[in-house]
Write a protein that binds this ligand. Structure first.
Ligand SMILES: *Cc1c(COP(=O)(O)O)cnc(C)c1O
Length: 465
């Protein structure tokens, strides 16, 4: 399997190289040259199988020769053995035709563990085989950073540096990043918002001399291996509810568009997903884009669902590539317009029609999010986090549209956002004991200006000490 850049100016790579480099050298994102499919019988055969088996079947054709069959099976097993639920991604029923897919039973209690735990295993195996060392740098709006640190802490061949917006992540999220004591873990508090962090990361990756000097590797949600790992739970959930005989719908609380893009890949592989619904909070660039046909960045307004406080949605570039039917020059021009003075671009009619055929969308205000946490608790006794509530609110708007079961992705454990949940329900959700213990450890973090030169100097200093 070969991977090509959405901007068409970087060489095609195999799975392992695309995974280790993250962002393509032309600034684009990697996509598989073709998407392999599973036939009706193969999909039907996944129903009720252990998560790890489904993961192997779904991911194997994308990985090609990079990892042996037995090796891949072992790495998948190791990635998910630390999860606190035998099903890994269990379904819970909210209403007759509405289900929650609980993706928060991993070590940091958010869905990002599904991809990050696997990528940790894949990186470790690949680097050990090559005798190489890398510096993993990630930008986080909260959950990616802790998931990356948890996946890479203590690994021999990796340093992990995480940029997070100072003061804009929850206390639980911050402590998950600052309390691990391993010397290869570096939590960096950036003066700025998440988009500042993400822009710094992009600039750093586009500084090729520095990129080579410290062997930068990215594990943000632009990394193809992460998207791939997330395709798996669309299959486990859908087949549990009758696919491929019965179509299903998914609503996905969305920020960087990684999780929902994985749903698009699942559909391209042959899973009958009737509707794929983008749910945004008040930072609603994606919802506005589908409504107006123009992708225009605004100011990030902090919300109670901080992991979705994003105005530039990195993985949307992958959807644009498909919407433009593989016209990488058109994608590159749009991305240039976004980065330059224009701050956005208009999507031509053919491409916007494609997007509207493949995605629906909705948004939830802060009040609606709080009200949904409350009504969900009152009508089903389920305590949900604010991100999940954004999804549930939007999903409800579409419920009556079709008899196909609706599956809303529950992206984080409610105890990661206890203040909002307590305010809405009167119940303060408890952290699992293992996390509560970890948080008694001392916090370590370094402040850094939202400036590339300052960041590079800090990274050089850290790596040499
Ligand atoms: C990261 C995150 C999201 C958004 O996921 P994307 O892949 O960036 O769209 C939603 N909810 C939670 C809890 C998250 O951590």
């Amino acid at each position: 399997m070969r991977y090509i850049s959405t901007r068409g100016q970087a060489p095609a790579l195999g799975f392992e190289e695309a995974m280790l480099s993250g962002l393509a050298r032309d600034g684009g994102l990697y996509l598989p040259e073709t998407v392999p499919t599973l036939d009706h019988g193969e999909i039907a055969g996944l129903a009720g199988r252990p998560y790890e088996e489904v993961a192997f079947t779904v991911m194997r054709p994308f990985i090609g020769e990079s990892f042996g069959e037995e090796e891949l099976g072992e790495l998948i097993a190791r990635a998910y053995e630390g999860f606190g639920h035998a099903a890994r991604a269990p379904l819970v029923q909210l209403a007759p035709d509405h289900f929650l897919l609980e993706l928060f039973h991993g070590p940091t209690l958010a869905f990002k563990d599904f991809a990050m735990q696997l990528i940790g295993q894949l990186f470790q195996a690949a680097l050990a085989r090559r005798g190489e060392r890398v510096t993993i740098v990630g930008a986080t709006s909260g959950d990616t950073g802790s998931a990356a640190i948890e996946a890479f802490r203590g690994l021999e061949n990796v340093d992990v540096l995480i940029l997070f917006p100072e003061g804009r992540v929850s206390e639980v999220q911050r402590k998950q990043m600052t309390t691990p004591g391993e010397s290869n873990v570096h939590a960096l508090a950036v003066e700025g918002d998440f988009d500042t962090c993400q822009a710094l990361l992009k600039d750093m990756f586009n500084d090729f001399a520095f990129r080579d000097e410290v062997a930068l590797a990215g594990v943000n949600s632009i990394n193809w291996a992460r998207v791939l790992a997330q395709v798996v739970y669309y299959f486990t959930a859908a087949t549990s509810l009758g696919a491929p005989m019965r179509p299903v719908r998914f609503t996905v609380p969305t920020g960087n568009f990684g999780d929902i893009f994985a749903g698009l890949i699942a559909r391209k592989m042959g899973l009958p997903i009737e509707r794929l619904i983008i749910a945004t909070n008040q930072n609603d660039i994606l919802h506005r884009t589908l409504e107006t046909g123009a992708y225009r960045r605004g100011e990030v307004v902090p919300s109670i669902s901080p992991s979705m406080d994003i105005q530039v949605s990195s993985n949307f570039e992958r959807a644009l590539y498909y919407a433009h039917d593989g016209d990488s020059a058109a994608v590159a021009a749009q991305m240039e317009a976004l980065a330059g003075g224009q701050g956005g671009f208009t999507i031509p009619p053919g491409a916007i029609n494609w997007l509207r055929e493949h995605f629906a969308s909705g948004r939830a205000s802060e009040e609606e999010t709080m009200a949904t946490i409350k009504t969900t608790y009152l009508t089903s006794s389920e305590v949900i986090c604010p991100h999940t509530a954004v999804g549930v609110k939007v999903a409800r708007e579409f419920l009556a549209e079709s008899p196909a079961p609706m599956i809303t992705l529950a992206t984080a454990h409610p105890a990661k956002f206890p203040d909002a949940v307590e305010k809405a329900t009167g119940i303060r959700p408890e952290l699992p004991a293992r996390l509560a213990r970890q948080f008694e450890a001392e916090e370590r973090q370094t402040r850094v200006a939202g400036d590339l030169a300052a960041l590079k100097a800090l990274i050089r200093e850290r790596l040499s000490s």
